[in-house]
Design a protein around this ligand. Sequence first.
Ligand code: MF3
Ligand code: CO
Ligand code: CO
Length: 256
Amino acid sequence: MSINIKSAKEIELMRIAGRLAADVLDMIGEHVVPGVTTEELDRICHDYIVKEQDAIPAPLDYRGFPKSICTSINHQVCHGIPGRKKLKSGDIINIDITVIKNGYHGDTSKMFMVGSVSPHAKKLIEITQQAMYTGIQQVRPGARLGDIGHAIQKLAESRRYSVVREFCGHGIGKVFHEDPQILHYGKPDTGAELKPGMVFTIEPMINIGKRHVKVLADGWTAVTKDRSLSAQWEHTLAVTETGFEIFTLRDEETFE
Ligand code: MF3
Ligand code: CO
Ligand code: CO
C-alpha cells in the first residue's frame, strides 16, 4: 500500500473541491421534500455542479454508474441510483456528492429527513454523525488507521447498532478512490501511521439491525439484508501538522 502525500499546492486545490461538494449539499436541502423524486434531485445537483460550479460530477459514468449523485433511502446503505421513486414523509435519505474541480475530488454526504421522521430513525442519524466525528477526532500525525475505525465501532456498538464492513473510506485526490482504505471498525494502535499531507474520507455506514448487506440486481444499490434502517455521513479531510482539516465542512456544522 502506498499512501500519497499531497503538497501544499494540492491541499489548496482539494480545499476548493471540498468546498464545492459541501455547497451542493447546502443547496439541495430545500429540495428534499415529500413528493420529489431522486431523479429530480440528481438533475438539480448535476446542473448546479456543471453550470454554477464549472465542475464535474464524479459519479457520472464512474465504473458505469449512471447518475451524478448517490441517493440511498431508508434500508439502502449506499450507492443508491436516483430514479422515479418519490420521497415520502418519514423517509431518511443519504445524498452523496463528489465533484471534480481542477482535477481534484471533494467527496461528502449527509442524511436528510423527509417530512416528519420517527424518533428511532432520528437517533440513528444522530449517532452515525457522532460516529463520523469521533473518527475524525482521532486524526493527527502519529495516530494509526485502526484508531479511527476503533473509535467509530466503539460508539456505534455501544448503542447496539452495527457497522457495515463491505464499504470503507478511502484516500482521495486526483483519483476518486485511492489508498489507504479507511475501515470503520478495528483495533487501536494498528494499521498505517498517519502523516501530514495524507487526504482521505471517513464515511461510516451504521445499521439499526445486523451489519450484513447485499447489492441489488442494478449492480450498485447496497441494502441491509434484514431491511433495517441504515445511515451514513461523509467528510473529506487532510492530516495536518497538528491534527486535521475538514475540506467539506458546512456552515451548519458546529464541530471544531
Ligand atoms: N461517493 C461514494 C464514496 O463515498 C462513491 C460513489 S461511487 C458511485 O466513495 F459510482 F456510486 F458513484
Ligand atoms: Co467516499
Ligand atoms: Co461519497
